[in-house]
Write a protein that binds this ligand. Structure first.
Ligand SMILES: [Mg+2]
Length: 391
């Protein structure tokens, strides 16, 4: 049985952990725009003594470009704090190849620069008999680059990838990520990558700690490092693979249902609406009798006969106050509705979630702890009638 459940923190996360490993897209920015509360929360965490670093699976932008972007949000940052999958991939290559080894880069200039900077020789085609091929997403990716990569690999070059993301979400829809191109190379050659640098591999976080230590800082242990991300199957899985605690924020791609159905490797240690969660203490939901967990005035319970998860305000006054403390203004407006709905729900037994609970992170946390505990007992949670959240 897994024990991957929500935990209680010893204090505000920014004091309990020395190093924050922040994902960027969906955590600090969404596309070109800053995520609400990110800049102020990051500034406060740094002030509290936390070292802030940023990780991205995207190898097509340089650390300087990214640092310039987030500095524009009012965040105090240097390029050294930005760890891209291109940097981690170049370090992985350098560990496995001798100095000056030839590498065909099926990727953009930032990745080529990192490979060169690590003492390797970038070559232009399969004709140069490269020792290794590395694939990393760039907007000009196409057949002629993939063809060179495949030919080099067929002739014995080792195959690496910056990351394995299958999709790259864009405003109008999903587009192919580097994983889709890596799969084309695998399909063509029958050869799989020796290693991939990006999340969900924990190499990203391990390298990040080491990169910091190389400049004279202490190596921060895993137990004092906190990956923070918006995606369960990259940010949070990488944390679990490496033995790290983690914080999932709800400002990006992960929704409540994904959290409720998360398998052990995808479960975060903490959940918060946004990066303000760095500055708060976190309390694990407490068992409240059989098949129920409570937190902040909300109780999630399993109705076995109905095949349903219910969330109710076990302590309405506390639930209101707690929701308010999380800055969810909509809940305050819904206070009356919560009480009314509760009576309705009690009388007809139909409503599974009260109006206020839909926007309460504590209600979601209680429901997650319950669903995860049930799943660990072998119950198929995806077949249950699950509460819906507007978070
Ligand atoms: Mg993200």
């Amino acid at each position: 049985m897994s024990r991957n459940l929500l935990k209680t923190s010893a204090g505000p996360l920014q004091q309990q952990y020395r190093l924050a490993l922040l994902d960027l897209d969906g955590v600090v920015y969404r596309g070109k725009n800053p995520v609400a509360h990110a800049a102020a929360s990051i500034t406060a965490a740094a002030k509290a003594g936390m070292t802030i670093t940023y990780t991205t699976n995207n190898p097509s932008r340089t650390a300087q470009t990214i640092a310039d972007q987030i500095a524009g949000f009012g965040i105090d940052v240097t390029p050294r704090q930005i760890i891209t999958s291109a940097l981690v991939a170049a370090r992985l290559l350098r560990r496995r190849l001798p100095e000056g080894a030839k590498v065909y880069v099926c990727g953009g200039e930032p990745l080529k620069d990192e490979v060169r900077r690590h003492g390797l020789t970038v070559v232009d085609s399969a004709d140069d008999a490269p020792d290794a091929v590395i694939a990393g997403w760039f907007p000009d990716m196409g057949w002629k680059y993939l063809a060179q990569a495949c030919i080099a690999i067929e002739h014995g070059a080792q195959f690496y990838a910056t990351n394995r993301d299958l999709t790259l979400p864009r405003e109008k829809g999903l587009t192919p990520g580097i994983g889709a191109f890596v799969n084309a190379i695998i399909t063509t050659t029958g050869v799989r990558p020796v290693a991939s640098a990006g999340k969900p591999e924990s190499a990203m976080y391990d390298e990040e700690r080491e990169i910091y230590a190389e400049d004279g800082d202490d190596l921060v242990p895993v137990s004092q490092s906190l990956p923070v991300g918006d995606r369960l199957d990259t940010d949070i899985e990488a944390a679990n693979r490496g033995g790290y605690d983690s914080l999932c924020v709800l400002t990006g791609v992960t929704d409540a249902r994904q959290l409720l159905l998360a398998t052990p490797i995808l479960r975060p240690t903490y959940i918060s609406a946004d990066l303000r969660g760095l500055g708060t203490c976190h309390t694990a939901p407490a068992a409240a009798g059989e098949d129920a967990f409570a937190l902040g005035g909300w109780t999630a319970s399993y109705d076995r006969a109905a095949g349903r998860i219910d969330v109710r305000a076990s302590d309405p006054a506390r639930a209101d106050a707690d929701a308010d403390a999380h800055g969810v203004s909509a809940v305050r407006a819904d206070t009356t509705a919560v009480r009314t709905d509760m009576t309705d729900a009690d009388s007809d037994g139909d409503a599974t979630l009260l109006a206020g609970a839909r926007t309460s992170v504590d209600a979601l946390r209680a429901a997650c702890q319950l669903c995860w505990t049930l799943a660990d007992r072998g119950i198929d949670v995806s077949a249950l009638d699950l509460p819906e959240f507007d978070l």
